[in-house]
Design a protein. Structure first.
Length: 310
């Protein structure tokens, strides 16, 4: 009786430019001979995962992502947040929203919108990613993790418009507008869990390899006022929630990008390299887990057949 190959899933988390580490992870997994059968992604993980599921050419994805991040609109965002640590990001969005909007010339001066970018204004982010298609066209099974604002429930998207699904998964509340999809009002799935391990498992994976690119919590920062305390508490909550959910994976890869701000786009190559290095260091562990899980699956199937024969 032949041994069936294990279905390996990647669960790719969000984190802005830190998520480009996923490119390095995928490249290194190819180098060590791991075949990717399923992908689940949130936010930047959804953006990269969708492209790879449609066309498994990691070099082409790297070129497209770097070209997108090289645009002047993206550079303006990085200049705005320059000098801020990852743990200050949410506070920065609130405290400097007006100046951000003014610099980007994205709103009418007579009113402040409920979000920084509108649907039309972020279309440039997707116009050359080549994902304006249907899930049916994918070469690798893929799903996006989002959250419905009306119910608070996680919504996993695995059919319909690929572009719309990814747009919903990257829609950070207050920065991008929610995406209306049927009865849902969808936003970034990272607000309840940055790495969709359970979604990957539900798609039939035997082994889930998760990639965590969460920002580190700065426990040494000065807490000078109420806002500092509020955002520090939120950063701690987000970290522990992410840590709790990611532990459901069989393997976890943590590229060393936690000290990089989500919008430090000039560090894109550094993030990609960090993904490669972290994965290569785990080569032995990755192959051993696949071997052991494959062996267990084989014997479970063997004894199952034996009982049927009896």
């Amino acid at each position: 009786m032949g041994r069936k190959r294990m279905k390996v899933a990647l669960a790719l988390g969000g984190g802005g430019v830190r998520g480009l580490a996923h490119i390095g992870v995928i490249r290194a997994l190819h180098e060590i001979g791991v075949h990717i059968d399923i992908i689940a992604g949130t936010s930047m993980g959804a953006m990269i995962g969708a492209q790879y599921a449609l066309n498994p050419d990691i070099n082409a994805i790297e070129r497209r992502m770097l070209a997108m991040l090289d645009r002047k609109e993206v550079s303006a965002i990085e200049k705005l947040i320059s000098g801020y640590s990852p743990s200050d990001e949410k506070k920065l969005i609130i405290e400097s929203l007006y100046s951000f909007v003014k610099q980007m010339v994205l709103v009418n001066v007579r009113a402040i919108k409920r979000w920084v970018f509108s649907g039309k204004e972020i279309s440039w982010m997707f116009e050359h990613l080549e994902i304006d298609t249907d899930f049916k066209k994918l070469k690798i099974p893929f799903c996006c993790a989002t959250v419905d604002l009306r119910t608070g429930q996680e919504v996993i998207i695995s059919k319909g418009s690929l572009k719309e699904a990814v747009l919903a998964s990257v829609s950070l509340p207050g920065v991008f507008p929610p995406v209306k999809s049927g009865k849902y009002l969808l936003v970034d799935g990272g607000i309840i869990g940055s790495v969709p391990v359970e979604a990957a498992r539900a798609m039939g994976a035997d082994i889930v390899i998760a990639v965590g690119v969460e920002a580190q919590v700065d426990y040494n920062k000065k807490l000078g006022n109420g806002l500092d305390i509020m955002f520090q508490a939120d950063a701690i909550r987000a970290w522990h929630l992410s840590d709790m959910k990611i532990k459901g994976a069989d393997l976890i890869i943590y590229p060393k990008v936690g000290n990089i701000s989500w919008a430090s786009f000039s560090k894109a190559n550094e993030c990609i390299k960090a993904g490669e290095e972290a994965t290569r260091k785990m080569k032995g562990q990755i192959l051993e887990v696949i071997r052991k899980k494959g062996k267990k699956k084989f014997w479970r199937g063997f004894f199952s057949l034996s009982r049927i024969d009896d």
